[in-house]
Design a protein around this ligand. Structure first.
Ligand code: G3I
Length: 371
């Protein structure tokens, strides 16, 4: 039997060892080169942040984020379902914390997102009149964009309004407000947030058909004399299939409209998928082959991921005069939404840092471009 004294000695030793490991981990993380510093003269480097990160629940994670990134987008907390849960109730608690987080760590915040067909508050389903949808739309933009004017750098004013063929997506906003809802959203945002940059954001809008629709949409806003400052290409791409040529043409064509170009939700999926894009409504059924790398990522895949990221960042650097920000959709592989979409509970590896915030070969290749 162990005496109380033995138990005390043992638990103290365990604690000391754990602390030493934590300190070692922290020191190691701080010795990794910093992405934001490496690309300081080129473009901002951003990440998506979740609740735990915004609330600084783990000091090591906070230090890691502050070292690697100078821009951040909230992954969920500013979406209308969360920030505007009831018709006449807003919940600003987490968004206010995010603004504080940004101030404290010198990280610029991109608000995400004012008008999106997804993650809408449940009460929207009970609304069946154009007047009420307009009242929601107007009040939401005025209240949320107004509150954070001067506190966030920018807003994704409208998110994912387009179909793959470039036509307008069927949404509650299109149905009740008509095609001009996009211009109207920017007009309201401009009035409520004169100090904030205003962006349109979408996925696959580097693909020619969707890009053409996107350009037409952006021109429409500009032709109405309404301010729009930039366009976000989300960048949810696939291993070995990053569409570099389409991306380059898109950078050039969007920049030619006088807009800032951003890559706003970058990740590269390594797991099997039978479609492209990031439509959260789309799901896949799991089978025996759908989660192949639960133990580890095979080296061949790791190397392909590194080559893809290197090629992408080479292209970004080539066009650094037009690109203002590159944001990863998550800090490390463990945070990524791709572990749960389009199939729940998979093990994905789409980012530059592994589940312990250790740099992957893809990180080394990206950083090497600046050496
Ligand atoms: O918070 C609830 C939790 O209480 C509940 O128990 C759990 C069970 O399902 O769900 C949790 O909410 C989830 C939320 O993420 C927070 O983790 C939602 O189900 C889940 O649908 C939601 O997914 C988000 C998705 O947008 C939904 O629209 C992802 O985190 C987020 O990465 C993703 O981000 C979008 C961009 O905003 C727009 N572009 C595409 C991109 C990827 O889909």
């Amino acid at each position: 039997m162990l005496s109380n004294r033995h138990i005390l000695i043992l638990s103290t030793a365990v604690l000391l060892l754990a602390n030493a490991a934590t300190e070692q981990g922290a020191a190691l993380a701080q010795s990794i080169p910093s992405l934001k510093d490496a690309f300081k003269k080129d473009f901002g480097i951003g990440t998506a942040l979740n609740n735990a990160q915004i609330e600084e629940r783990d000091p090591q994670t906070t230090a890691f984020i502050a070292r690697q990134f100078n821009m951040a987008t909230p992954e969920n907390i500013m979406k209308s379902a969360l920030i505007h849960p009831k018709w006449d109730t807003y919940n600003f608690e987490m968004a206010d914390k995010l603004v504080e987080f940004g101030k404290k760590h010198n990280i610029k915040i991109n608000g995400h997102t004012l008008i999106w067909h997804s993650q809408l508050p449940p009460f929207i389903r009970g609304i069946h009149s154009a007047d009420s949808i307009r009242a929601f739309f107007t009040d939401h933009i005025k209240t949320v964009a107004g509150r954070y004017d001067g506190k966030v750098l920018s807003w994704d004013v409208v998110n994912e309004a387009l179909n793959e063929d470039g036509t307008m997506r069927k949404s509650v906003f299109l149905q009740y407000l008509g095609e001009d809802f996009v211009t109207e959203a920017f007009r309201l945002a401009q009035q409520a947030a004169p100090k904030t940059e205003l962006y349109y954001n979408d996925y696959n809008n580097e693909q020619p058909a969707k890009r053409a629709g996107c350009i037409a949409l952006l021109k429409k806003v500009k032709d109405a004399g309404v301010r729009i400052d930039g366009v976000g290409i989300q960048g949810h791409w696939h291993l070995g299939k990053v569409p570099l040529k389409d991306i380059e043409e898109s950078i050039n064509q969007y920049a030619a409209l006088g807009l800032k170009v951003m890559f706003t939700e970058l990740d590269i999926e390594v797991l099997p998928r039978n479609f492209q894009g990031a439509d959260v409504g789309q799901r896949m059924t799991a089978n025996e082959q759908s989660n192949p790398y639960t133990a580890a990522l095979p080296d061949s895949v790791q190397q392909q991921l590194a080559a893809d990221y290197e090629a992408l960042f080479k292209l970004f650097l080539k066009h650094k005069d037009k690109i203002t920000r590159v944001t990863f959709w998550g800090v490390n592989d463990g945070d990524s939404w791709l572990n749960n979409w389009p199939i729940r509970g998979r093990t994905s590896y789409p980012l530059l840092f592994d589940r312990n915030n250790q740099p992957k070969p893809a990180f080394e290749r990206v950083i090497a471009l600046k050496k």
